[in-house]
Ligand binder design. Structure first.
Ligand code: AMP
Length: 514
């Protein structure tokens, strides 16, 4: 295989991932070895081998405790986080508390117990996406250039861990960008806005497991996240589960057998119901057929779109509530929104599109790009620009991004957050501030690093820190410490401090292990 210079864009999703590349003046979504344009974010350890992607998903039923999914829900988080604790309860695989409160996934492989961090599992999925790209480009190189997307609400730790996963997968990660930013780029909304106008864009991203609604203001080459709302546990899978429950009830009525305690039968039904649900976005009714579902009994029922909508109307209304909340948090009216972009497979559902269009007073929705591919599409455009592989159309893309949460320190303020870099600052950026001692003869200062919008540091997220010793004794307010926050283009933070009278320095890069 030959060397190549094609950069790729990867949408590393909770349930599915997608990879794309810029090729001969257009974006190409790359098809995997199963002929699919999106790939399951699954890793399954069988008795003898490790499977990744669609094959891993297909074998998951045989190895339920060794099939890992949802790694994105764990990445960069602490074991003790409330969301991690509640997710663990519904996963068939085991997660334990590792060093520094890091969640570790436990699997059994070739007779041995093995531990994996979420970034290890994500790196396996990313390596699969890389292989898909290599097969397309007929090339294999030591480091493939890539842009990877993350939700805009991901904090520094989650971004760092995603970056680490990319490196482990042998990718040269050019940049980590926000998913709504990538979707807006896919539709060229930054170009529509140009340098002198601004556009407010709502990105409605409804995937298999999560709903993310974001409001961006785009202009002057900046993608400014004004507000985000969503539900990390509301997705297409909830709709599948409702359909499965319906089938189970009907089977019970017809056959007087309750199969809700049979995981194998339920898994079979889920696959069939998901297919039926997808079909109902394009036709008005469908036959749900599950061959020899239980004890050799077949199941067959006709299911209409009307029934589907009626059954899930509360879920659709919840989606609309989150759209309203996002607008309210951004302090905008419906008429302020210039574009509404649909992302995620579940946004194909006609009822959802109808409710959104009605809410936005008949506005045409941006849906010409496949919604499950829009994020990878935008990431591929940005990857091409960043790697210098641009031709014609792409040349004037601008690539600024902003930080989602304020970053600061309590250095010299005792429990109060001194904001060093306010949220929505364009990155990369570097900010200095001089702090001084609060007590006479104070010889050390604590440099804690926090993110968040609260006045007291204890209400914000602690990212890391260090103590600066060796300050020469002096009356309070005399010794000076120069603190510098530097965020690179990936949103990764380096913090340094220098005692100005002695030149003594200390620095840290905040990593996901904290
Ligand atoms: P994503 O994570 O964005 O790839 O979205 C995956 C989710 O979208 C899954 O729950 C799919 O079942 C769902 N999905 C994909 N296509 C359709 C469709 N045509 N109608 C309804 N849901 C769909």
């Amino acid at each position: 295989m030959a060397e190549d210079s094609h950069a790729i864009g990867i949408d590393l999703g909770t349930t599915y991932s997608c990879v794309a590349t810029w090729q001969a003046d257009h974006v190409e979504i790359l098809v995997n070895d199963h002929g699919n344009r999106t790939t399951r974010s699954y890793v399954t350890f069988t008795d003898s081998k490790r499977l990744v992607g669609d094959e891993a998903f297909n074998q998951a039923g045989r190895f339920p405790t060794n099939s890992i999914f949802d790694a994105k829900r764990l990445i960069g988080r602490r074991f003790s986080d409330e969301t991690v604790q509640s997710d663990i309860k519904r996963w068939p695989f085991k997660v334990i508390r590792g060093e520094a409160d890091k969640p570790m996934i436990v699997i059994k492989h070739k007779g041995q117990e093995k531990l994996f961090a979420a970034e290890d599992i994500s790196s396996m999925v990313l390596a699969k996406m890389r292989e898909i790209a290599e097969a397309f480009h007929c090339s294999k190189i030591s480091e493939k250039k890539a842009v990877i997307t993350v939700p805009s609400y991901f904090n520094d730790s989650q971004r760092q861990a995603t970056l680490k996963a990319g490196k482990l997968a042998g990718l040269n990660v050019l940049r980590i960008i926000n998913e709504p930013t990538a979707a807006a780029i896919a539709y060229g909304i930054d170009k529509k806005a140009g340098w002198f106008n601004k556009r407010n864009v709502m990105i409605f991203d409804w995937g298999g497991g999560t709903l993310d609604v974001s409001l961006l203001t785009i202009g002057h080459g900046v993608f400014d996240v004004k507000a985000t709302a969503g539900d990390t546990h509301l997705g297409g899978e909830d709709l599948d589960n409702r359909m499965v429950d319906y089938c189970v009830d009907e089977f019970k009525t017809k056959n007087e057998v309750d199969i809700c305690g049979n995981p194998k039968a339920l898994r079979k039904a889920k696959t069939v119901c998901e297919k039926a649900k997808k079909a109902l976005s394009f036709c008005f009714d469908i036959d749900i057929v599950i061959d020899s579902w239980y004890n050799g009994e077949d199941f067959n029922t006709n299911f209409t779109r009307d029934k589907f909508e009626e059954m899930n109307m509360d879920i659709f209304n919840k989606c609309m509530e989150l759209v309203k909340r996002c607008l309210k948090d951004a302090k905008m009216d419906i008429s302020d929104v210039n574009d509404v972009v649909l992302v995620g497979g579940s946004s194909r559902i006609p009822k959802v599109q109808e409710l959104l269009q009605k809410f936005f007073m008949g506005k045409e929705l941006c849906k010409s790009i496949n919604p499950d591919e829009a994020v990878a599409y935008g990431a591929a455009v940005q990857a091409a620009v960043l790697s210098g592989n641009v031709t014609g159309k792409l040349q004037d893309f601008t690539l600024l991004d902003v930080i989602p949460m304020s970053l600061g320190t309590e250095c010299g303020h005792e429990n109060r957050m001194a904001v060093m870099i306010p949220r929505n600052t364009k990155i990369p950026t570097k900010k200095h501030q001089i702090f001084t001692t609060l007590r006479d003869n104070q010889t050390s200062v604590l440099c804690g690093v926090f993110e968040g919008e609260n006045e007291l540091t204890r209400d914000n997220n602690y990212l890391g820190g260090f103590t600066m010793y060796g300050i020469p004794p002096a009356p309070k307010g005399v010794a000076k410490v120069d603190v510098c926050f530097f965020i690179d283009a990936n949103g990764i933070l380096n913090v340094s401090a220098e005692v100005m009278s002695t030149g003594q320095k200390k620095a840290i890069t905040i990593n996901s292990d904290r």
